[in-house]
Structures are given as structure tokens and as C-alpha cells.
Design a protein around this ligand. Sequence first.
Ligand SMILES: Nc1nc2c(ncn2[C@@H]2O[C@H](COP(=O)(O)OP(=O)(O)OP(=O)(O)O)[C@@H](O)[C@H]2O)c(=O)[nH]1
Ligand SMILES: [Mg+2]
Length: 239
Amino acid sequence: MNPFILIPTYNERENIASLINEILRLKIKNLNIAVVDDNSPDRTWEIVEKLSRKNKNIHILRRMKNRGRGAAGKDGFIYCLDKNAGIIVEMDADFSHDPRYIPQMIKELKNADIVLGSRRVKGSKEIGRGMIRRIITLGANLYIRLMLGIKVRDCNSGFRAFSRKAMEKINPKTLESKGPAIVQEVLFRAHLKGLKIKEIPITFINRKKGKSKLGIRQLAMGYWMVSRLKMLHLMGRLR
Ligand SMILES: Nc1nc2c(ncn2[C@@H]2O[C@H](COP(=O)(O)OP(=O)(O)OP(=O)(O)O)[C@@H](O)[C@H]2O)c(=O)[nH]1
Ligand SMILES: [Mg+2]
């Protein structure tokens, strides 16, 4: 099965070591953890580098240029496939995505190509997020679903497990988003390939430590990218 947990990080030194420890405590067989860090000024990469020296199943990709959630995610997917991952689980480093769901997500991959930790199905919960942030997320979700015709209820979740076959079909080398819109681009490509996506309920907890990297600029870029994906599709350049 050879599962890889893929974690993009930027200035997550307060979270990364405890997150890695929690994931290791799950004792999943043959588990690998790949952290993709964009040379964080807070030296997150250094913490992971130290851990990786003691445990060969911990990998650090320290990216020195083209900073961005999307660019990092793309390199991470390619890296995991190159390392022969049978399953790739992507998640944020800020504990919004609780590692305790990972075993269930991996298990559910028996019946789906992608399993998505969702805030918008029966049994889901969201804790600690203010009204404005929730409205922004809901608005973006609605726009994405309408524009791209995706049936998934939580299109903004970056907590997802992919079978190797699904990731190969998505073909990470062709991903275009440099920023957080990679989450929607991957989903759209999966949708276009007809992959089966299963949403499972999670309790999403707002980050307690470290700072959010999602600002107005990223949000606007996200809307633009979703419109661009739709245009590329209509022009026949994205199938
Ligand atoms: N490598 C890399 N990782 C990034 C970059 N921007 C964000 N990340 C990581 O991507 C994940 C999601 O980013 P967040 O800042 O938590 O974004 P968010 O979840 O939409 O917003 P908050 O939960 O409010 O912080 C986290 O693990 C970040 O550290 C980046 O430019 N490069
Ligand atoms: Mg977050």
C-alpha cells in the first residue's frame, strides 16, 4: 500500500513536530511523511530535516524558489509518485485536519478513488471559525460548484486521500495553480476524469498556532483561477 502523507508547510514551526509525532503514533504500516517546505523564514524545514535524519520514512523537500501552496503541492505529488507511493494523503500542517481520520480515509479508498475529509456532510463540524470566514468559504464553495460543475459538497478541503491510480490520472506534472487554488484544480481534474470521490465527515478545527497564509489576494487569485480553469475546459485545453 505504501502510503505517503504529504504536508505543505510555510512557517509552521509551532505545529510540524507535534503533527508528525501524532501521525507516527497512528502506527500505520510502511507509512512515509513528506513535508514540502518553501524555505520558511521560521526554519520549519530545519525541524523536519532533523527528524528525517533519525527516521528514513520522514522526507523533507526544501524548495528554494517559486514559493506557493500550489507549486509546493505539485512538487509534493510528483515526489510521492516517484517514491512509489501507493496512496497519497494530503493535509495541512495547522491541525485543522486531525490525523485521527487518516486510517479511515485510507480504508475508504477501497471503495473510491479519492476520499475527502469534508466540513459539509452529515456529521461534519467546524470549530473556532468566525462568521465572516465561514461566509467567505461558503461563497467560494458555491462559486466553484456552479462554475466547475463539481458535485462534491466541500470543494475547499485540502484533506484528501488519493489512490495512486487517481493521482496518475490527475497527472500532477500538468497542474497550473501556483497558489491555494490547486485544491480546486485537483478536484476539477478528478471530476473531469470521472474519478469516484467519497466525502467523509470531519471535525475541522481552526488553527490555534501560527498564522494563516490565506489573505484577500490569495482569495481573489483563487476566484480568477477557477474562472480560468473553466475557460481552459471550454477551449478544450483541459479534459
Ligand atoms: N510549501 C508551502 N506551503 C504553504 C504555502 N502557503 C500555505 N502553505 C501551507 O498550506 C497549508 C494551508 O495553509 P493555511 O495558511 O492553513 O491556509 P488555510 O487553511 O486556508 O487558512 P487558515 O486555516 O486560516 O490558516 C498549511 O500547512 C500551510 O503551511 C506556501 O506558499 N508554500
Ligand atoms: Mg489552515
